[in-house]
Design a binder for this molecule. Structure first.
Ligand code: FES
Length: 104
Protein backbone atom coordinates (compact mmCIF):
# COMPACT_ATOMS: atom_id res chain seq x y z
CA UNK A 1 0.00 0.00 0.00
CA UNK A 2 1.28 3.40 -0.95
CA UNK A 3 0.78 5.62 2.10
CA UNK A 4 2.40 8.62 0.45
CA UNK A 5 -0.69 9.39 -1.60
CA UNK A 6 -2.85 9.72 1.51
CA UNK A 7 -0.44 11.86 3.52
CA UNK A 8 -0.68 15.61 3.46
CA UNK A 9 2.57 17.31 2.63
CA UNK A 10 2.81 20.44 4.77
CA UNK A 11 4.13 22.35 1.76
CA UNK A 12 0.93 21.58 -0.11
CA UNK A 13 -1.80 24.19 -0.08
CA UNK A 14 -4.81 23.76 2.17
CA UNK A 15 -8.05 25.69 2.14
CA UNK A 16 -9.62 25.68 5.60
CA UNK A 17 -13.34 26.42 5.58
CA UNK A 18 -14.85 27.12 8.99
CA UNK A 19 -17.81 24.89 9.80
CA UNK A 20 -18.60 26.24 13.22
CA UNK A 21 -21.84 27.91 14.29
CA UNK A 22 -21.51 31.52 13.10
CA UNK A 23 -20.02 30.55 9.77
CA UNK A 24 -22.61 27.82 9.27
CA UNK A 25 -25.39 30.37 9.84
CA UNK A 26 -23.83 32.48 7.08
CA UNK A 27 -23.71 29.59 4.61
CA UNK A 28 -20.28 28.06 5.09
CA UNK A 29 -21.58 24.55 4.32
CA UNK A 30 -22.25 25.74 0.77
CA UNK A 31 -18.84 27.41 0.65
CA UNK A 32 -17.19 24.13 1.66
CA UNK A 33 -19.17 22.22 -0.98
CA UNK A 34 -18.29 24.77 -3.68
CA UNK A 35 -14.59 24.35 -2.92
CA UNK A 36 -14.90 20.55 -2.86
CA UNK A 37 -16.60 20.55 -6.27
CA UNK A 38 -14.24 23.09 -7.85
CA UNK A 39 -11.61 22.26 -10.43
CA UNK A 40 -8.65 22.61 -8.06
CA UNK A 41 -4.96 22.68 -8.87
CA UNK A 42 -2.92 19.64 -7.86
CA UNK A 43 -1.76 19.42 -4.26
CA UNK A 44 -4.67 21.45 -2.95
CA UNK A 45 -6.70 20.08 -0.06
CA UNK A 46 -10.02 21.40 1.18
CA UNK A 47 -10.52 20.98 4.91
CA UNK A 48 -13.47 21.83 7.15
CA UNK A 49 -12.27 23.46 10.35
CA UNK A 50 -13.43 24.72 13.71
CA UNK A 51 -13.97 28.35 14.67
CA UNK A 52 -11.10 30.58 13.61
CA UNK A 53 -12.08 33.35 16.01
CA UNK A 54 -13.41 35.61 13.25
CA UNK A 55 -17.11 34.94 13.69
CA UNK A 56 -18.24 38.53 13.08
CA UNK A 57 -16.80 38.36 9.57
CA UNK A 58 -18.02 34.89 8.67
CA UNK A 59 -17.85 32.74 6.64
CA UNK A 60 -14.12 32.50 7.21
CA UNK A 61 -11.70 30.79 4.83
CA UNK A 62 -7.96 30.49 5.47
CA UNK A 63 -5.44 29.37 2.86
CA UNK A 64 -2.23 27.82 4.17
CA UNK A 65 0.73 27.75 4.16
CA UNK A 66 0.54 31.32 2.84
CA UNK A 67 -1.79 32.36 5.71
CA UNK A 68 -4.25 34.21 3.55
CA UNK A 69 -7.46 35.04 5.42
CA UNK A 70 -10.70 35.61 3.55
CA UNK A 71 -13.82 36.99 5.14
CA UNK A 72 -17.54 37.08 4.32
CA UNK A 73 -16.94 34.54 1.59
CA UNK A 74 -19.86 33.89 -0.75
CA UNK A 75 -20.30 31.07 -3.27
CA UNK A 76 -19.42 33.53 -6.05
CA UNK A 77 -16.14 34.32 -4.27
CA UNK A 78 -15.15 30.65 -4.32
CA UNK A 79 -14.75 30.65 -8.11
CA UNK A 80 -12.59 33.77 -7.94
CA UNK A 81 -10.45 32.41 -5.09
CA UNK A 82 -9.89 29.17 -7.01
CA UNK A 83 -9.06 30.83 -10.33
CA UNK A 84 -7.16 33.89 -9.16
CA UNK A 85 -5.48 32.66 -5.98
CA UNK A 86 -5.17 28.88 -6.05
CA UNK A 87 -4.43 28.67 -9.77
CA UNK A 88 -2.99 32.11 -10.46
CA UNK A 89 -1.15 32.78 -7.21
CA UNK A 90 -2.75 36.18 -6.72
CA UNK A 91 -4.95 36.63 -3.63
CA UNK A 92 -8.39 38.17 -4.13
CA UNK A 93 -7.71 41.57 -2.57
CA UNK A 94 -11.30 42.68 -2.06
CA UNK A 95 -12.03 39.59 0.08
CA UNK A 96 -8.90 39.72 2.25
CA UNK A 97 -9.76 39.99 5.93
CA UNK A 98 -8.62 43.51 6.95
CA UNK A 99 -7.61 42.31 10.43
CA UNK A 100 -4.84 40.18 8.90
CA UNK A 101 -4.29 42.07 5.68
CA UNK A 102 -4.51 45.79 6.51
CA UNK A 103 -5.33 47.99 3.56
CA UNK A 104 -2.80 50.76 3.04
S1 FES B 1 -17.58 30.36 13.60
FE1 FES B 1 -16.31 30.57 11.86
S2 FES B 1 -14.78 31.96 12.54
FE2 FES B 1 -15.97 31.61 14.32
Amino acid sequence: MNTKSTQLNIRDRCVHVCQHSSCLRQGSAIILLEFQLADLPEKTTILPCECQGQCSASPTVVVTPDQTWYYRVTPKDVTKIVEQHLKGGEPVKEKLHPRFHPRV
